[in-house]
Design a protein around this ligand. Structure first.
Ligand SMILES: [Zn+2]
Ligand SMILES: [Zn+2]
Length: 237
């Protein structure tokens, strides 16, 4: 796959900035938490349309110190993020939706937690969820979705068998005609689909090979079932 020049370096920079912002937030709001547990890992594919869209995301759980009210956490986070140049989003702007008009630190629909979502001008997003009754504070972060590779054009595979290369006593598979790969998806295991860009192939269910010959492209004449023989007009009596 051809890399998009500079895209990975830029995404890595955004990932480092995101982690640094989360570390600061965690230290401010839930001090004493083990930050060794705040991993970013590798960027993952979140948009399966070509070109594939990658991003870093991470989730971290801290605990509210004794004596700090749950309702006080989100306004403190909003001030701290605001000072660092983050924009606190109104619920209506929140990627996951929400009801407009309420202050961002209102409890959510269930009333079980307080929420805040903030976006940095560079596209990073952090989200806070504060348990209204327990002590848990959930910190979530995600970078913008980024194409790391040029779009790949799909090429239909070459057949594994042709009438010229059949093994002795074999016939071309009646389903895939020698292709070997699943002839519905072309061996990808998926088909283009909305909204995520890909959907499981209904014929091979991600196994990628022809379900009749299991990838061989040919079938042994001596092992054909009565039904399979009807697929070959030349075998009819
Ligand atoms: Zn398939
Ligand atoms: Zn086949």
């Amino acid at each position: 796959m051809a890399e998009v020049p500079g895209a990975r370096a830029e995404l890595d920079r955004l990932g480092r900035d995101l982690r640094a912002a989360l570390v600061k937030l965690v230290e401010d709001l839930t001090p004493g938490t083990d930050l060794g547990l705040l991993p970013l890992g590798e960027p993952a594919v979140v948009d399966w349309h070509e070109p594939l869209g990658y991003r870093y995301s991470t989730t971290f759980r801290g605990h509210r110190p004794a004596g700090v009210a749950a309702a006080g956490i989100v306004p403190r986070a909003a001030r701290s993020l605001g000072r660092a140049g983050w924009e606190v989003l109104e619920p209506a702007e929140d990627e996951e939706g929400g009801k407009g008009g309420e202050p961002e630190w209102a409890t959510d629909d269930t009333g079980d937690r307080y929420r805040l979502t903030a976006r940095h001008p560079d596209g990073n997003v952090v989200e806070l969820r504060v348990d209204a009754y327990g002590s848990a504070v959930l910190f979530l972060g995600r970078t913008p979705v980024t194409a790391l590779y040029e779009p790949r054009e799909f090429r239909w595979p070459e057949p594994v068998r042709t009438s010229a290369t059949l093994a002795p006593g074999h016939l071309l598979c009646y389903e895939c005609d020698g292709l070997g790969a699943c002839d519905c998806c072309g061996g990808r295991g998926w088909l283009p689909s909305e909204p995520h860009g890909r959907g499981r192939c209904p014929q091979c269910a991600t196994r990628r090979v022809c379900p009749i010959c299991r990838g061989a492209g040919e079938l042994a004449l001596s092992q054909l079932s009565a039904y399979q023989r009807t697929q070959y007009p030349e075998l009819s009596p």
